[in-house]
Design a binder for this molecule. Structure first.
Ligand SMILES: Nc1ncnc2c1ncn2[C@@H]1O[C@H](COP(=O)(O)OP(=O)(O)O)[C@@H](O)[C@H]1O
Ligand SMILES: [Mg+2]
Length: 246
């Protein structure tokens, strides 16, 4: 479980979080939405401490990683996270096998001899087979997403973080990615945090949706309740997203 309390973060004069508090429960698919530039990527980066919050606490399974400088704690907690970058960020010069095995090499002490079996297994989970020897340039956009996800789950993270997982994708690939995200939760029980400006995606797949606005969560609710929110910021975001309040 991830317990966030009074999280604050500013870049210079610009306040991004001004006392954000929320609990993300085990097995949950939690989405953070909000317009571009509001701080969604910053939120994810604070969760894995790629960025350091100014104050507050982030308890990951009881360990506070918000502002600690204890590298041992940070390394340990980071290992429980998988992270799907927006760009996928596969290594072009490495094969699919090498790309997926990358996380095993750095995050686990799995013997090298087991890599091929584990990589095959993870690829199967994302619906791929017989692609181990291909290079990223030989894959479609959808396949690259699948390989990136296979790499993120290779070390069997407890939590998955997705930053704009469908941005820039065609509708078919978007549908596929939605299914993959819910699959990871359903098949592996992975607790997931999705940040996206795509409200319809968030409403469709999430157990709860949180709207980031003005340094705080303006609303945190189940999709059905979120649609009915009377919060002005939520109403406006629903409107600009062309979603009705049904
Ligand atoms: N490392 C940084 N240094 C200074 N400003 C930053 C940094 N990262 C992000 N910002 C600024 O913080 C704001 C929020 O950024 P970000 O979290 O990327 O927004 P989002 O993901 O919601 O589009 C933006 O105005 C951005 O320019
Ligand atoms: Mg972003």
């Amino acid at each position: 479980m991830i317990e966030i309390k009074d999280l604050s973060k500013a870049f210079g004069e610009k306040c991004i979080f001004d006392g954000v508090s929320v609990d993300i429960k085990e097995g949950e698919l939690f989405s953070v939405i909000g317009p571009s530039g509001i701080g969604k990527s910053t939120f994810i980066k604070c969760l894995i401490r790629l960025l350091k919050p100014d104050s507050g606490s982030i308890l990951v399974d009881g360990q506070d990683i918000a502002v600690t400088n204890n590298e041992f704690t940070l390394a340990k907690v980071r290992r429980s996270f998988g992270y799907l970058f927006q760009e996928g960020a596969l290594f072009d010069s490495l094969t699919v096998m090498e790309n997926v095995a990358f996380g095993l090499k750095y995050l686990t002490d799995v013997p090298k001899a087991d890599y091929p079996r584990i990589v095959k297994e993870k690829l199967a989970l994302v619906g791929l087979k017989d692609v181990e020897q291909l290079k990223p340039s030989e894959l479609s956009v959808g396949m690259k997403k699948r390989v990136s996800l296979a790499r993120s789950i290779a070390a069997e993270p407890k939590y998955m973080l997705y930053d704009e997982p469908t941005t820039g994708l065609d509708p078919v690939t978007t549908g596929m990615v939605k299914e993959l995200i819910t699959d990871m939760r359903d098949k592996l029980g992975i607790t997931s945090v999705v940040v996206t400006h795509d409200l319809s995606l968030a409403l469709e797949i999430s157990s709860r949706v949180a709207m980031l606005y003005d340094g705080k969560f303006a609303e945190v609710a189940e999709p059905a309740k979120f649609r009915q929110s009377e919060n002005p910021a939520v109403k406006e975001f629903m409107e600009i997203s062309h979603l009705s309040r049904k």
